[in-house]
Design a protein around this ligand. Structure first.
Ligand code: SF4
Ligand code: SF4
Length: 196
């Protein structure tokens, strides 16, 4: 008798479980689909602005904003960035370090954004151009400043004329006599042994 009760009990539990599963399936059946049919929908693909596909130097009217300081290279945890810099002559005869080549290895980038967030110039960003498949790893190494000019070099500002030194006020020579230590030091009375 107990075997029959156990049998019908398990059948009932199975039916309840099946109904719950069918409820989830039925709900998804009428929910709006978010699956992208790539590559058929390449022309109207919806990619999030926050998607990190590949590091790029921002293009500002044909110039990038990198000053070759090397902070991004130092902060990159796995050596993905390699900078080459060069010295150029300024109009005033001085020299200035500028970026020569900004090499980035997409194959080793972990998309951590440390380079982007620490750049003092705001020169870097991640594009969401995700179609980066190539046949060899060498092709994943990119020169990010290719086709971009270095930022225009600003003419050095003339130094302001030195202001005449202001007359110093007479020094207050009043001196305070050092305070005397009036505290008398009382020698400690020794505890003489009691004479018998
Ligand atoms: S990208 Fe930014 S942090 Fe990196 S070298 Fe250029 S200015 Fe410096
Ligand atoms: S995102 Fe991270 S791993 Fe990639 S280059 Fe920048 S610092 Fe390096």
């Amino acid at each position: 008798m107990s075997n029959i009760i156990e049998y019908f009990s398990s059948v009932g539990k199975g039916i309840v479980s099946l109904v719950k599963g069918m409820q989830v399936t039925g709900k998804e059946l009428v929910t709006k689909k978010i699956t992208e049919c790539y590559p058929e929908n390449r022309d109207n693909l919806n990619i999030s602005d926050r998607f990190r596909a590949v590091l790029t130097l921002k293009d500002v009217d044909g110039h990038h904003k990198c000053i070759g300081c090397g902070i991004c290279q130092m902060n990159c945890p796995n050596g993905t960035i390699t900078l080459q810099t060069k010295m150029v002559d300024l109009p005033d005869g001085k020299k200035k370090k500028v970026l020569d080549k900004y090499m980035y290895d997409l194959g080793s980038c972990t998309f951590c954004m440390l380079c982007v967030t620490t750049c003092p110039q705001g020169a870097l960003e991640f594009s969401n151009d995700f179609e980066q498949s190539v046949f060899t790893r060498e092709k994943l190494v990119k020169e990010l400043n290719a086709g971009l000019e270095n930022p225009p070099i600003q003419a050095p500002k003339p130094r302001p004329a030195a202001a005449p030194a202001a007359a110093k006020p007479a020094a207050n020579v009043e001196k305070t006599a050092p305070a005397k230590d009036d505290t008398a030091t009382t020698p400690l009375a020794g505890n003489k042994p009691e004479e018998k």
